[in-house]
Design a protein around this ligand. Structure first.
Ligand code: MN
Length: 720
């Protein structure tokens, strides 16, 4: 449905491919222009039958986008990419086809533009707009992608009138929030100003009309003064026989609007401004012209700004001054060189000017973006001021961050390499602590998946779920790391408290006493003497292996001579039961890997708790000298759980033997945790499996099943 604002494009005003080629021939070589033409034929065929909202053939749009870039003298690849910028997204032409036809570089550019087109900006919040700009910049590896996208947006804004009103407003807001600031960041003033004025007109049509009427009227009234000032300036410059260009500047409506809105000046102050720009050959001449202007009209004190010595963050350089004109009207004058003018108009794109004959690919484009940054840095350094504000530009251009959406459309930024777990903790500590899975772009994904720019991430939580120590291996943010650590520390503490209490109770039993038989005041006094605030803290200290349960028990139940000796002896008949669920304070030694059914002993290890060894473990000899660290343990009756055991299988070399054994192991309900292979000669091989079993009976079943396989020569449980 065409709106009444539709502007019909007449044939005469149509910018044709032949016009584009003429324009390109002024700075590209013939071969490159032929390539552009070939891209045009390719694009026209791909878009065949498609029309824009205005009814005109689709290909007119990419040609206009290319024209905007050609006006900035962008290189041939950028122009070709501009012509093809919608073919992947809108015609389904595969990237590979673009690559085959026009090379890697063009294909990457077109693909980059398509990816930017796919991410949608929904949020209204100011801070989100900043994040969205960063996201866009983070997504491109070649800054030319942004330049093509800006040109695309500019042409869409120029032809916005055909859109439905609500869509028009959305696009206009996005242009003001996202694209104009990016153009500003890159120093592309000309594009920024046009985007702003078009955006302003579309977003606030009434205010735009009122303001432009007021400006037109003010200009008409003051035409005479304007002419008078202009000729006075010309006369003064001619006297010095300078080569110069004098431009009478129009104030842009959006910047006027912002000044009025933000009350920077009164209405008349904002309007009663005559603005000129003098462009000369050298920096030296700039300062001379400044002197002439201050000589011609008195300068307004405090309004002179030397952006040549101290350039703006985006590289803008110029002298600015304000003069008292005839009848006291203020005159703004900008003075700069041709080079500065070019940078002021095109910013980063100025680096492609006159350099288009250079060979080289994306690296070259990146080199130029860096060159631009380096030049900014240089200018700042020469100006002798802080580099800090330049950091903004650098960070914005090459951010070391990823930007992802929440399901609500908010943007979170995370360091590169961040995973779904980092995202969960960034949303909220509780979300992190209870997350169990994630949906990335609506697909269920593992929590460890590294996130990419522009993805939408949804975290799935479950009540009662808790952080996994393994997450520490892949999280990238300090927040996630410290929260997981904190949780584990609490967990360890809880587990240590529980174990410590059991160990102390057992020690008391050995002394023919029990925890519940100890009077409160006796216990509390001991707790204080040991330097703890609570009983639980004392239990935890025992559980962590820092304090011997038997020594604590003795202090609670002081015994004399024979009685003590007898108690010690009988005590050995009551070992501590190992349940397999003690968690982080009971460890099963990796040397002997005890499983339920094995005779075991416990060894207290300060800070870690109990380490359980098999009684037959060879390493036990080492600990003989420290009997006070030993503790009698036994498996809890009816213990359930999974325990690691190692088996060694010698097989004759046969095809698929490993797979056969692996299948057999899983048949018995056991999992393989690890397998290592050791080939001795061509005939037989040793396989070491680490598997999980419930107990000795389960392990025996596994061994029986494997032994009956024909290829198996020997099988044994291995211990180190
Ligand atoms: Mn487009």
């Amino acid at each position: 449905m065409a709106s009444p604002l539709t502007v019909p494009v007449t044939e005469e005003s149509r910018f044709l491919i032949s016009d584009l080629c003429d324009l390109l021939e002024t700075y590209l070589d013939k071969q490159q222009v032929r390539e552009v033409y070939r891209a045009y034929l390719f694009g026209a065929e791909a878009h065949e039958g498609q029309h824009r909202k205005s009814g005109e053939p689709y290909i007119y749009h990419p040609v206009e986008v290319a024209r905007i870039l050609a006006d900035m003298h962008m290189d041939a690849q950028s122009i070709i990419a501009a012509i093809l910028h919608d073919v992947i997204e809108d015609t389904g032409t595969p990237k590979e086809t673009v690559r085959a036809e026009f090379g890697e570089e063009v294909a990457e550019l077109v693909d980059g533009v398509s990816k930017l087109t796919q991410i949608k900006f929904e949020s209204q919040a100011e801070a989100q707009a900043e994040n969205f700009r960063k996201m866009m910049l983070a997504m491109v590896r070649d800054i030319r992608v942004i330049l093509v996208k800006l040109a695309d947006r500019l042409h869409n804004m120029r032809t916005l009138g055909v859109m439905r009103a609500d869509k028009r407003r959305r696009i206009a807001r996005e242009t003001l929030d996202i694209y104009a600031p990016i153009a500003n960041r890159l120093g592309m003033n000309q594009i920024r100003l046009e985007l702003e004025d078009l955006g302003f007109a579309a977003l606030y049509p009434m205010r735009y009309r009122v303001l432009s009427d007021a400006v037109r009227k003010a200009r008409g009234n003051r035409k005479e003064i304007l002419n008078k000032i202009e000729s006075a300036i010309r006369q003064r410059l001619d006297q010095e026989q300078l080569a110069y260009r004098l431009l009478s500047r129009e104030k842009h409506l959006y910047s006027l609007y912002k000044k009025i809105r933000d009350r920077v000046g009164s209405f008349t102050e904002v309007f009663d401004v005559y603005a000129f720009r003098v462009i000369v050959g050298s920096v030296d001449t700039c300062y001379r012209v400044l002197g002439m202007m201050h000589n011609l009209y008195k300068p307004v004190p405090g309004r002179f700004k030397d952006y040549i010595a101290i350039p703006k963050a985006n590289g803008y350089q110029s002298l600015h001054t304000v003069l008292f004109g005839p009848y006291g009207v203020p005159i703004e004058v900008q003075i700069r060189t041709e080079d500065m003018e070019r940078v002021a108009e095109s910013g980063i794109a100025a680096h492609w000017l006159y350099k288009s004959a250079d060979k080289g690919g994306r690296n070259n484009a990146q080199t130029r973006a860096r060159e631009w940054l380096r030049e900014l840095l240089e200018m700042q350094r020469n100006a002798g001021n802080s580099l800090e504000f330049l950091e903004n530009v650098k960070i914005d251009l090459f951010p070391d961050e990823v930007y992802v959406f929440t399901p609500a459309g908010d943007i979170l930024n995370l360091p590169r390499g961040a995973t779904a777990v980092d995202f969960a903790y960034a949303v909220h500590t509780d979300v992190g602590n209870t997350c169990i899975a994630a949906k990335i772009d609506r697909r269920l994904s593992p929590l460890r998946t590294p996130l990419l720019n522009g993805q939408t991430v949804e975290v799935i939580t479950a009540t009662g779920a808790h952080p996994n120590p393994a997450w520490l291996n892949f999280v990238a943010t300090a927040k996630a790391r410290s929260n997981i650590r904190h949780y584990l520390k609490n967990l360890q503490n809880d587990e240590a408290t529980e174990l410590g209490q059991r160990m102390l109770d057992k020690a008391l039993h050995n002394l023919n006493s029990a925890l519940q038989e100890i009077p409160d005041q006796v216990f509390d006094q001991l707790t204080r003497e040991c330097g703890f605030k609570s009983r639980e803290a004392l239990y935890a200290d025992i559980g962590l292996g820092n304090r011997m349960a038997m020594l604590v028990a003795r202090r609670l139940v002081p015994l004399e001579g024979d009685e003590a000796a007898r108690a010690q002896e009988t005590g050995h008949s009551q070992p501590l039961a190992i349940r397999g669920t003690e968690g982080m304070v009971v460890h099963f030694a990796r040397c002997c890997r005890p499983i339920p059914g094995d005779a075991i002993v416990g060894f207290i290890s300060a800070g870690r708790g109990l380490v359980i060894h098999s009684e037959s473990c060879k390493n036990l000899a080492e600990y003989r000298s420290r009997p006070e660290k030993w503790i009698d343990v036994e498996w809890q009756k009816g213990i359930e759980g999974e325990f690691s055991a190692e088996i060694r299988v010698d097989v004759t070399n046969q095809k698929g033997v490993l797979a056969t054994i692996a299948a057999e192991i899983s048949e018995t309900g056991s999992n393989i945790e690890n397998v290592s292979i050791e080939e001795r000669d061509g005939l037989d091989t040793g396989l070491n499996f680490t598997i999980t079993v419930h107990d000795r009976a389960h392990l025996a079943r596994v061994v029986r099943c494997i032994r009956k396989l024909p290829a198996v020569m020997r099988i044994s449980r291995s211990r180190h």
